[in-house]
Design a protein around this ligand. Sequence first.
Ligand SMILES: [Zn+2]
Length: 423
Amino acid sequence: MGAVPGIHQLRDVGGEGVQQGMLKMEDAMEISSEGSAGSSSHEMGDEDFAPRTTSEPHFPSQSELDDLIRDLGLTKSGAELLTSRMKEWNLLGEDCRTSVYRKRHEEFEIYYDFSDDMCYCKDATGLFTALGLEHDPAEWRLFIDSSTRSLKAVLLHNGNKNPSLPLAHSVQKKENYHNVKQLLEKINYAEFKWDVCGDFKMLAFLLGLQGGYTKYSCFLCLWDSRADDDHYNKVHWPPRVELQPGMLNVLRQPLVDSKKVLLPPLHIKLGLIKQFVKALDFGGETFQEICLMFPKLSEAKLKGGIFVGPQVNKMLKLEKLERAMTKVEREAWCSFRDVVCGFLGNHKDPNYKQIVAKLIENFRKLGCRMSLKIHFLHSHLDFYPENLGAVSEEHGERFHQDIATMERRYQGQWNTMMGGERG
Ligand SMILES: [Zn+2]
């Protein structure tokens, strides 16, 4: 490593451990303030680090220094300070340069631009080449994340072997169809046509669907979200032939081909827990146990079954919770766990179809309402890509970790780099 100047710096963006559970930034903050955040599995570059067996002093090479800087999560100025001090004390190997950090960011500048309140990569091919990476669009997926405060897009490598690459970032842009459209135009999406992932709200923007609680909310079929009586009985609904604006809850021209959309497993998991909790007897033991687990969550969130990934993982691990359950609750709960482990996670069980079918049956028995997310499991299991593992669970978690690291390290840089003044 280190042959291509700069690769370590962008590795920073993708090199850290993976959080348990895909979090919106807000959720991440909320959960850490609650003190129940999943512990980060940050490993200190252990594959590169071999304990030294001699007592001779060791002068780190450029790539060792880069790894250290990455592991410490230093900012650019922090990295420069550390490097120059170590240089002054003659503690660095001969190949180490103090100016390298400044140079690196200049090197990438040329691939980015800033306009309409958005910093974006105008030349993805050039960026890949500069990083010494192969760009096969089929091996990468575009993750778009949005909140009321910002809009971001990052390219993630399927299998996560390569670093993730930030492609666009705006702290001014709100999440809406127009802004997502603009983002895709700026990064020349039409040329690369990566698979796209995001939460369900983002997928609705991308496919031009009407937002909110609509009758035809599925982009694959004409599942009637309001026909509760049919939900568990009817698997096959008339497929959508095309997404035509003005028809059947399609509001606008889709921005991406619906075949390019990857369903977000984490959101399906959160959708499942939501319906599970909502079906519980709020006066019963199970619900009380959940309330005890999360004393700081509001009653509205608890009763609405609104949790984030790490909280769900915590519940799945707690035996006491399972012991509090009635038989029918426990059956639904165990099949939920089986689906999380055998289908929505990184491992796809060979019997995943039976596992999912059992979940649907047990959720039905518990009286869970079928939501769009459960409908995907019920009716569109074949839509999931074969490599679900490679693109699943991790993608969001990794993305949020990456974005947080990126924002910390590139604070201000995104803006000064592009000549913009936004903070
Ligand atoms: Zn459908």
